[in-house]
Design a protein around this ligand. Structure first.
Ligand code: CA
Ligand code: CA
Ligand code: CA
Length: 613
């Protein structure tokens, strides 16, 4: 009995000494006249049991706070009324704590939140590997000799090379995630038996932070503004499926159902993805894929928990609203429930009507990928609202044909399935990305083949996306080496391939070739929005038109290692008899249309882009 009293007394004394603390407030700011108001604020801290929440003028608390048992989180709805630097105060009988909360003025929408379209040329940059514009942020887990450590690339490096990107004809940059990733070695994910780092950005430890190796929030805003001044849009890479393994939520989740499972007890993602589009599959068949932890160590967020859903939706709106960028590339789209995406896309479009989102569904099957595009209610009764997808079903045939030299007819055969998409014109086409070995490291790849691949991506339907370094034929056969450092972007580099003088003759020729293609796409409207009409298909020859009103461009490929002469009908493209067709790539001489037909003789592995004189 005496012992019990003593123990209780100790507890009381300990608690009495502990005043409330605030560690973090998410979001840290919001803007007036938002379509979302009140804002649900998540306060993380200590000793918050029984807390009352008060806010400064310009804000109003709506309803009672919701506090978790451990006293480490408070959820509170805050109505945003007028701009200014405000405060949030939590008070318990033991004391009080205060944190800033900024109310921003109405958003300046001119030139921001632009979305993307087939008129754009996207360019994917892995921030850490592109250019080091600020060596002062290269800290302890920085080692250029280790392919799994930070190499020093940053936001300043991107700002410094905007003129280079403009010269190439890029109009939108997709940046790999800039979220704050863990500041230490990742001992959970071993690479070649050694700890790795979050240099790639896909393991967030703070959804509201900018990775300190890349710069600050102010630097990010500077980048968006500088890009916009140069006519270049910015696309953020977001992750809503999971957090990094060291996110503070993992050991202390804000709600008991914040994650699907716990660190000790969770499913592992089996990547049995086809069941997701199967109307006959029972829900339990989908559980491993939807709720399993990615790679077994990335904690899977439970978007069915309304607090998680609200947190993620606000997080997306906050990044767009506070920085002004133009589009999102969403990671691991298919592992997140469509019911959540429907709410998420609705919230994004309500606040930013022109905004566009491209989802990553890494799969070569059109039947599977097309299921995730919005614009149609699917068998589950839901329209996800997703605008675009990375066109992986077309990516593999591009590699097979132009790198490996296999049959080119696999490309039109894939395009023939376009009717399964609600909108194939907005799909993002690519010949390279950061998760696959580079084009030039495929067996059989040549510069000639890489030129053909670029000519195809920049003239077919969709929104073309380039991958940094492919314009100078960089190599890298697997995931770590495909993320190589751009030569000239880093202190001490032997040459600077960002300048013509620093490129080899072959690299310069390729760079100029891609530049000519982007210029043609900019100049010739049919290449951007013309209907794609397949005119001729043989095993190694392929011709198509991009037709718009009475204006058509005819693109003719010979992917064979011998020259090829062939003839095809072009009446469907609306070209008139007798018209003289001129090759803008100067591979073949002018050719006239006779009896509604074009007869071409193409050298081995070449392409012509024909316009009427
Ligand atoms: Ca740096
Ligand atoms: Ca960090
Ligand atoms: Ca999931």
């Amino acid at each position: 009995m005496i012992r019990t009293i003593l123990v209780n007394l100790c507890l009381v004394l300990t608690v009495a000494a502990q005043a409330p603390e605030i560690v973090k407030v998410d979001p840290p700011s919001w803007w007036v006249r938002s379509s979302l108001n009140p804002v649900r604020v998540l306060i993380r801290g200590r000793n918050l049991q029984g807390a009352r929440v008060q806010v400064g003028p310009g804000l109003r608390v709506v309803g009672p706070p919701k506090i978790n048992e451990r006293g480490t989180y408070v959820f509170i709805d805050v109505f945003v009324e007028s701009p200014g630097g405000r405060n949030i105060t939590v008070t318990t009988p033991k004391g009080s704590a205060r944190a800033p909360f900024e109310v921003l003025g109405p958003l300046n929408r001119a030139g921001s939140f632009q979305g993307f379209s087939p008129a754009d040329v996207l360019y994917l940059i892995m921030i850490d590997r592109f250019a080091d514009g600020d060596p002062s942020n290269n800290d302890g887990i920085y080692d250029r000799k280790n392919k799994f450590y930070y190499h020093g690339g940053d936001l300043q490096g991107v700002i410094d090379h905007l003129p280079y990107l403009k010269e190439l004809g890029v109009t939108a940059i997709w940046l790999t995630p800039w979220y704050d990733n863990y500041d230490r070695l990742n001992e959970i994910e071993l690479k070649e038996d050694k700890p790795s780092t979050g240099f790639h950005g896909y393991n967030p430890q703070d959804f509201y932070g900018v990775e300190e190796h890349f710069g600050t929030f102010a630097k990010l805003r500077e980048l968006v503004d500088a890009a916009h001044r140069n006519g270049i849009k910015i696309i953020q890479d977001q992750v809503m499926n999971h957090t990094g393994p060291y996110h503070p939520w993992v050991d202390d989740p804000p709600t008991p159902t914040w994650f699907n499972g716990t660190k000790a007890h969770h499913l592992k993602n089996s990547f049995q993805t086809w069941v997701l589009h199967d109307p006959r599959a029972v829900e339990s068949l989908k559980r491993e894929t939807m709720e399993g932890w990615f790679l077994d160590f990335l904690p899977d967020l439970n978007q069915h928990d309304p607090e998680v859903a609200r947190y993620l939706i606000q997080n997306t709106l906050w990044w767009i609203g506070t920085t002004g960028f133009d589009g999102i590339r969403m990671d691991t789209w298919q592992y997140v429930p469509n019911s959540f995406w429907c709410d998420w896309t609705s919230a994004v479009k309500r606040e930013f009507p022109n905004f566009r989102v491209v989802g990553e569904v890494k799969d070569g099957d059109v039947v599977h990928t097309s299921f995730f595009q919005g614009g149609r209610v699917r068998f589950d009764g839901i329209d996800s609202g997703l605008d675009s997808l990375l066109d992986f079903p077309l990516f593999y045939p591009i590699r097979h044909a132009f790198a490996e030299g296999k049959a080119i007819d696999e490309i039109p055969k894939t395009l023939a399935k376009d009717y399964l998409y609600t909108n194939p014109e907005i799909l993002v086409t690519l010949l390279g990305g950061h998760d696959d070995g580079r084009f030039m490291s495929e067996k059989g790849a040549t510069i000639a083949g890489l030129k053909l691949a670029n000519a195809f991506v920049l003239t077919t339907r969709g929104v073309p996306q380039l991958y940094y370094g492919d314009e100078i034929a960089m190599e890298g056969e697997d995931e770590p080496t495909t993320r190589g450092d751009f030569p000239g972007g880093f202190p001490g580099d032997k040459r600077n391939a960002f300048t013509a003088a620093g490129r080899t003759k072959e690299e310069q020729e390729l760079f100029e070739y891609i530049r000519r293609l982007t210029a043609l796409r900019r100049e010739l409207e049919p290449l951007r929005i013309g209907a794609l009409i397949n005119l001729y298909v043989a095993e190694q020859q392929y011709a198509y038109a991009r037709a718009l009103r009475n204006n058509a461009v005819v693109i003719v490929f010979n992917n064979d290692n011998n020259s090829a002469e062939f003839e095809f009908d072009v009446t469907r493209a609306g070209l008139r008899d007798g018209a003289l067709m001129h090759d803008r790539l100067a591979v073949i001489r002018d050719v006239a249309i006779r009896d509604g037909k074009l007869r071409v003789n193409l050298p081995k592995r070449s392409v012509a882009i024909l316009v009427s004189r």
